[in-house]
Design a protein around this ligand. Structure first.
Ligand code: ADP
Length: 350
C-alpha cells in the first residue's frame, strides 16, 4: 500500500528546485504557497516569484512539476505561477513605487527613449504595473513614440495625473511645453522644476517606474540620483567607440553616486539585410558586451538596427505593441526579463 501523501512530502520534493539567480531552493525562499493534497493523488500548489517577468518561469515550473510527479502515489500536478514584486527601500518622494529604474546614455540619439518605451511596455506585458516618466527635458520624445500628442493633463498646479497608454502610465515634460519650443531653464531653476515635476505626479501603486533621463551627466541626472532612491540604472549605447566612451562616463557618474548599474544594452547593434539576410555591423558590434565585461556590469542584450522599430516609433505604436512576436520585440522582452531578474537579485529580502 502506498504512503499517504502529505504537504511535507511535497515540500521536501520541491527543495530540489533551485532559483539560479537567487541561488537557493524555492521552498526556503518562501516561494511555494497553497499546497493542496487532493483526492486520488492530485497535488496543486503555487510558486510565487519575485517578478512576473522572470525569464526562468517556464523552467522552474517544469522542474517543480517533475519533482512532485516523482513522489510515489502522485498522479496529477497542477502548478500556478504567480509573482509578488518585493519593493526596494521605500523612499519619501515616491512611496507607492516599488522600483525606480533610470534609463541613461552618454550621448543623444543612441535610442535611449526607444529602449525606455519598449522596455516599459515589455514589463507591463508580463503583468507588472508600470509607469514611464520622460525626464528628457531637452528632447522629450516619449509622447511621440507612444502616439500621445498633447493631452490635457488632469490635476492642479501641484499634483498631476499621468496619461494611460498601451497599458502603462505616462508622464512627460512635453505635456506642459508648447510644441516646437526648447526648454531654456538652467542650473538651480532646472533642478527645482524637474524634482517638482517628478514628485508631483500621482502615479498610484507601481511595480516599476522607468525614467527616461536626458543624455549625459548633467544637473538633472545628478539631482535625480541624489534625491530619489533609484533601484538602479541601465545604460544604452551603440557599439561605436565614441558612444561607448561617453557611456562609460555616465556609468562612472552612477557609480560615484552609489546607484547600482543593472546592466548595459547595445542598441543599433547590427543590421540584417531584409533582402539577402546578411548581417552588417554598421557601427561595429559587440563593443558594449566587451565594455560590460571589462567594467563587471551585467550585459542585458543587443538590439539590431531595424527599420520596423524606427517606423513603429514614428507611427506612435512601439514595436512591442505593433508587432509583439517580431524578433526585435522578443529581444526587448528578453532584456526586460533580464533587467527584472537583476532587480530581484538586488532587492530580494525574505
Ligand atoms: P535618444 O533617446 O537616445 O535620443 P531615440 O530613442 O530618440 O534616441 O532614437 C533616435 C532615433 O533612432 C529615432 O528615430 C529612433 O526611432 C531611431 N532608433 C533607435 N533605435 C533604433 C534601432 N535599433 N533601429 C532603428 N532605428 C532606431
Amino acid at each position: 500500500m502506498s504512503k499517504k501523501l502529505t504537504e511535507e512530502m511535497v515540500l521536501a520534493a520541491l527543495r530540489q528546485v533551485q532559483d539560479p539567480d537567487l541561488q537557493r531552493d524555492i521552498v526556503s525562499l518562501g516561494f511555494v504557497k497553497n499546497v493542496v493534497i487532493g483526492s486520488e493523488g492530485k497535488i496543486s500548489f503555487a510558486i510565487e516569484l519575485t517578478t512576473p517577468a522572470c525569464p526562468l518561469k517556464g523552467q522552474l515550473k517544469a522542474q517543480a512539476e517533475a519533482c512532485v510527479r516523482g513522489i510515489a502515489g502522485v498522479k496529477e500536478v497542477d502548478v500556478t505561477m504567480t509573482a509578488r514584486i518585493r519593493a526596494a527601500a521605500r523612499q519619501a518622494h515616491l512611496p507607492n513605487i516599488k522600483h525606480v529604474v533610470a534609463v541613461a546614455s552618454g550621448k543623444g540619439g543612441v535610442g535611449k527613449s526607444t529602449v525606455s518605451a519598449n522596455l516599459a511596455l515589455s514589463l507591463a506585458k508580463t503583468g507588472a504595473a508600470v509607469g514611464l516618466l520622460d525626464a528628457d527635458i531637452y528632447g522629450p520624445s516619449i509622447p511621440n513614440i507612444l502616439g500621445i500628442g498633447q493631452p490635457k493633463i488632469a490635476g492642479d498646479n501641484e499634483i498631476f495625473f499621468p496619461v494611460s497608454q498601451y497599458g502603462i502610465k505616462v508622464m512627460s515634460m512635453a505635456f506642459f511645453m508648447p510644441a516646437d519650443k526648447a526648454v531654456i531653464w538652467r542650473g538651480p531653476m532646472l533642478d527645482k522644476a524637474v524634482m517638482q515635476f517628478i514628485t508631483g505626479v500621482e502615479w498610484g501603486e507601481l511595480d516599476y517606474l522607468i525614467m527616461d533621463l536626458p543624455p549625459g551627466t548633467g544637473d538633472v541626472q545628478l539631482s535625480i540620483c541624489q534625491k530619489l532612491v533609484l533601484t538602479g540604472a541601465v545604460v544604452v549605447s551603440t557599439p561605436q567607440e565614441v558612444a561607448l566612451s561617453v557611456a562609460q562616463r555616465a556609468i562612472f557618474m552612477f557609480q560615484q553616486l552609489q546607484c547600482p548599474i543593472l546592466g548595459m544594452i547595445e542598441n543599433m547593434s547590427h543590421y540584417i539585410c531584409s533582402h539577402c539576410g546578411q548581417r552588417e555591423e554598421i557601427f561595429g558590434s559587440g563593443g558594449v558586451r566587451e565594455a560590460s565585461t571589462m567594467l563587471n556590469i551585467p550585459f542585458l542584450g543587443e538590439i539590431p538596427l531595424n527599420k520596423e522599430l524606427r517606423a513603429a516609433s514614428d507611427e506612435g505604436k512601439p514595436l512591442v505593441v505593433a508587432a509583439p512576436s517580431s524578433p526585435t520585440a522578443l529581444v526587448f522582452m528578453e532584456i526586460a526579463e533580464k533587467m527584472a531578474a537583476q532587480i530581484s537579485m538586488r532587492t530580494f529580502v525574505q
